[in-house]
Design a protein around this ligand. Structure first.
Ligand code: AMP
Ligand code: ZN
Length: 510
């Protein structure tokens, strides 16, 4: 029943296109990973949530996905346009650590963030510094094929030799060349030419450098992604992802290198996909590590926002629209997810045992395999009406990963009294495969994190609530109100109902 074609927005051409894989049934997917000179910020994590959704949808559509992601631990300069210092070296010097220590520490922190967000681990993680010799071999072939030229500071790629340089960015090359006459590096043939191998200056020693035919030095940043994507996914693969900033320079340069390596007209990748930014503040500024204006996932947790609430917040928007961060919106996303989880728990109680549900909750996509075998098992017992919701999910995500629409359908099915509770749960299991919100493994209470700024311990809150209860029983309402006000001032939300009193932490960003 799920044979609707998958439509994806290809940045190359800027249009929705029907997805057709190079090899039937299989997808090669490459994602530009983190530059590990600092923690990932929640903007970066939006990029990985986007790729995770893409991967889950591909598996939903029945593909076997080979997902490769790199870790950038060399070569990324403070400016994407080949200027400035290497971000890794700069950070290592500032902190008095080696580059390797820094990379290991931030890679570990990044992996923890991915796990907390339910982002599936890639099939292959690869580190730039583990591929230096392959990068040298790749660059040598670029030169042998006549696409390179040497300047004093290294090997450059002549972008005029590439068939359509800048097509991905829709670059105004003429305008760029004009600008180039005013300020470009001496000897560069075109302003758009870029460094493939950077030679270390004679008088200084870099923290990371290697011997090469172009002298001792380090690879340009763009080289690593060309080399590792082609190494692990072959000369022709399906999808390459990254944030929208990569569309302008990094990915154009990858395409140029690929063509210089593979031959004219062969750029290796069929679909280029980019997520828009997470922005914040009045100026809708891009959240960025280099300006230091950014939030980490750990900061949200300190505020009392669960990582899955952030996942929910991101999925409530489509990946191709800029998403404005606000604390209020985040709290709303947390409350929305808590409502959903409470509803799932109530239905679970009503339905009792449902065969296959535990299996559904445990499914991990580690192998990247297609979901078809599971789906058949889950869809088969569904009523006609319930199947309609599977169709709706498929329709939403097949149209360029429309997660807000999928979430809306989840809300509808949870409120649909005409469905059997067991069918609702099977549907939740099916939606979970694509949304990854922990719908069957997380309880609403798990989202209730204690903000770091809260001065009371949970046990103290409990004790105060007992005191309030006693004051009420002895009709000392003044004392009862006093306790309630004190708790509220401490960021504790109290809910009184006929069944008793419950409470939760209210997230706070102060
Ligand atoms: P970097 O560590 O700078 O290489 O970035 C890692 C990924 O995060 C890349 O795909 C970037 O394009 C992406 N990215 C950076 N800033 C943001 C942001 N504010 N919103 C969304 N994605 C971002
Ligand atoms: Zn990259």
């Amino acid at each position: 029943m799920l044979d609707r074609p998958l439509q994806l927005f290809n940045s190359l051409g800027r249009e929705l296109q029907e997805f057709n894989p190079v090899v039937p049934g299989r997808v090669g997917l490459y994602t530009c990973g983190l530059t590990v000179y600092n923690y990932a910020h929640i903007g970066n994590l939006r990029a990985y949530l986007f790729t995770d959704t893409l991967r889950r949808v591909l598996q939903w559509k029945g593909y076997d996905v080979n997902h490769v992601m790199n870790i950038t631990d060399v070569g990324h300069l403070t400016s994407d346009a080949d200027e400035g210092d290497d971000k890794m070296e700069l950070a290592a010097e500032r902190r008095g650590k080696t580059v390797w220590e820094l990379a290991e520490f931030y890679t570990g922190a990044f992996e923890k963030d991915l796990v907390a967000l339910n982002i599936l681990a890639p099939s292959v993680w690869c580190k730039a510094t583990d591929h230096i010799q392959e990068m040298i071999a790749f660059a040598r072939r670029i030169e042998d094929n006549g696409f390179g030229y040497q300047l004093e500071d290294g090997l450059y790629l002549d972008t005029s030799r590439v068939s359509d340089y800048g097509a991905l960015a829709q670059l105004d090359l003429e305008g760029q060349q004009e600008g180039a006459r005013v300020e470009t590096k001496e000897g560069k043939r075109q302003a758009s030419d870029f460094v493939v191998w950077r030679r270390s200056p004679e008088d200084s020693k870099r923290l990371m450098e290697w011997h090469s035919p172009w002298g001792v030095g380090a690879p340009g940043w763009h080289l690593e992604c060309s080399v590792m994507s082609i190494k692990y996914l072959g000369h022709h693969f399906d999808i390459h992802t990254g944030g929208i900033d990569h569309r302008q320079v990094h990915h154009c340069n990858e395409i140029a290198q690929n063509e210089a390596f593979l031959g004219r007209g062969c750029s290796a990748v069929n679909y280029w996909m980019h997520n828009e930014f997470l922005t914040f503040g009045e100026e809708a500024e891009k959240m960025s590590k280099s300006t230091g204006r950014f939030l980490r996932l750990a900061t949200l947790v300190d505020w009392g926002i669960h990582p899955l609430a952030y996942r929910h917040f991101v999925l409530m928007a489509t990946y191709r629209r800029p998403l404005e961060f606000s604390f209020e919106a985040l709290v709303a996303a947390k409350n929305g997810l808590a409502r959903t989880l409470r509803r799932v728990a109530a239905i679970r109680e009503e339905a009792g045992e449902v065969a296959g549900l535990e299996l559904a909750a445990e499914v991990r996509f580690t192998q990247g395999g297609p979901l078809s075998y599971l789906l058949e098992q889950w869809i088969e017992p569904l009523s006609e009406a319930a199947r309609g919701y599977v169709e709706r999910l498929d329709e939403s995500v097949s149209r360029d990963l429309n997660t807000p629409q999928a979430l809306a359908h989840l809300g509808e099915l949870l409120a649909d009294d005409a469905l059997e509770p067991a069918d609702v749960l099977r549907l939740v299991a099916i939606y979970e495969q694509v949304l990854g919100l922990g719908l069957l493994t997380t309880a609403a209470a798990d989202l209730n994190l204690r903000p770091a700024a809260a001065s009371l311990a949970s046990s103290e809150v409990d004790a105060l609530l007992v005191e309030r209860q006693e004051a009420r029983a002895s009709r000392d309402f003044a004392r009862a109100d006093e306790v309630r006000d004190q708790l509220q001032a401490e960021g504790v939300l109290i809910h009184d109902s006929r069944d008793g009193t419950t409470w939760e932490w209210s997230p706070r960003s102060d």
